[in-house]
Design a protein around this ligand. Structure first.
Ligand SMILES: C[S@@+](CC[C@H](N)C(=O)[O-])C[C@H]1O[C@@H](n2cnc3c(N)ncnc32)[C@H](O)[C@@H]1O
Length: 401
């Protein structure tokens, strides 16, 4: 059976992982303030765990430098996660190389948001046991791409808007000989990413702070650029796409993810709900927001946000409902977006095999599932299909000659 000290340590980890999104009563807040005032560097592990259920510990004098010896596994894990990891990330954040000042006003606002709320706060990544050859993967995935159109040997990958690094780490371990450059506006996100990469002993990812708009200064070209959940946060996503296209090698591939307008109707409802109640994206307001949403009858669109993972962490909820800038697309708008950049659409990474089957039933002529007009109709009939965003591949060179 779990003892009290272990239970409190586990609970503190859970509260930390949610970034303290749970509602707190005034009585609890007062008690926590008193504890903070009354404790010193020799604070015992039970008191530290209680504090860790309510607030960050790493910058608290009471946290001191706890000795790991004598602690149980769960208590040691709590000290590592709540005290040592954030301290290491603060140090790493100072050392990340920067490509220069961020000039664009929207990029600055987005940067400020993700400095405070690095997202996603992941704890485990897909374990890739056998890296693939990139060319082989592409030829299996897109049979129309010809042998001479795929890169050979080590592949250079740019992860543009890498956030907290899950995607960069997965891509760095997925392909044989991958050399990855991972870029983001947010130093806090990059530090989280580099800390997780260091823990895994990876030496093939370079982290860099930069605005996508400034990446033209990067004296490199890439075989693959991944930009997932990023361009829709830019003032002019078309300009962002054009910069990325300029960084592709002649036979390079782009993997993008963009919000679907239809799949985000509950987000629109939630934002409107927050606006009506004059709730902003500060931590205490987001806690109030959650309590209010819990009281909404289940037949109203806004109540659906409770079913999302993002409702359960501060950075998740901010990213999901309180983002400072975002836009969303329909398949037809994707067609125009890619058309303007003269990029060829290669196909979606579909969320389930059922989507593939259902789409083919109504569009038997579209053998390679690349007809975005047909997808427009399909999505209109199945508006939740791309709830996890439109995730898709494209390239500069025409595949079908
Ligand atoms: C929703 S997170 C996605 C992170 C990551 N791609 C993933 O899928 O886990 C969006 C990230 O894009 C970054 N971002 C937004 N606009 C950017 C820009 N103009 N240049 C570089 N990064 C940007 C943000 O700082 C944030 O970390």
């Amino acid at each position: 059976m779990l003892g009290k000290a272990d239970f409190l340590s586990a609970l503190a980890c859970q509260c930390f992982n949610t970034e303290y999104i749970y509602a707190v009563t005034p009585g609890e807040s007062d008690a926590v303030e008193r504890l903070v005032r009354d404790t010193g560097p020799d604070t015992d592990i039970v008191t530290l765990s209680i504090l860790g259920c309510y607030r960050h510990l790493h910058d608290l004098p009471a946290a001191g430098t706890p000795e790991l010896s004598g602690l149980s596994l769960l208590q040691g894990r709590m000290v590592e996660r709540l005290i040592n990891e954030p301290r290491r990330e603060t140090e790493i954040a100072r050392q990340i190389r920067s490509l220069g000042e961020v000039q664009d006003a929207t990029s600055q606002a987005i940067q400020a948001q993700y400095e405070v709320f690095p997202y996603p706060r992941w704890t485990s990544a897909e374990a890739v046991t056998r890296p693939l050859r990139f060319g082989k993967y592409i030829r299996q995935r897109f049979p129309l791409v010809r042998e001479k159109q795929v890169p050979k040997g080590p592949i250079r990958i740019l992860v543009a808007g890498c956030g907290t690094g899950k995607q960069a780490i997965e891509v760095a371990t997925s392909y044989k000989g991958a050399v990855v450059t991972a870029v983001d506006l947010s130093r806090a996100s990059l530090a989280y990413a580099k800390a997780r990469s260091d823990e895994r002993g990876l030496d093939n990812i370079s982290f860099l702070q930069a605005d996508i708009l400034g990446l033209g200064d990067l004296d490199q070209q890439f075989d693959l650029i991944e930009c997932m959940g990023v361009l829709h946060h830019m003032a002019d996503p078309q300009q962002g796409l054009s910069v990325l296209k300029g960084l592709l090698k002649p036979n390079g591939f782009l993997r993008l993810a963009l919000y679907s307008r239809r799949a985000r109707s509950e987000v629109e409802a939630a934002s409107a709900f927050a606006k009506d109640l004059e709730i902003d994206g500060s931590p205490s307001s987001m806690r109030d927001f959650r309590q209010k949403v819990y009281q909404v009858p289940p037949d109203q669109a806004v109540s659906k946000v409770v079913e999302t993972r993002d409702f359960f962490s501060m950075s998740g909820l901010h990213d999901y409902v309180f983002n400072v800038h975002e836009q969303a697309y329909t398949p037809l708008q994707l067609k125009s977006f890619l058309g303007q950049a003269q990029l060829e659409f290669l196909g979606f990474d579909l969320p389930t095999m059922d989507v593939d089957i259902d789409y083919r039933k109504v569009n038997p002529a579209d053998r390679f599932l690349t007809d975005l007009e047909a997808w427009e109709h399909f999505e209109a009939d199945h508006p939740d299909t791309f709830a996890a965003m439109f995730q898709f591949w494209c390239r500069t060179e025409p595949t079908r000659l």
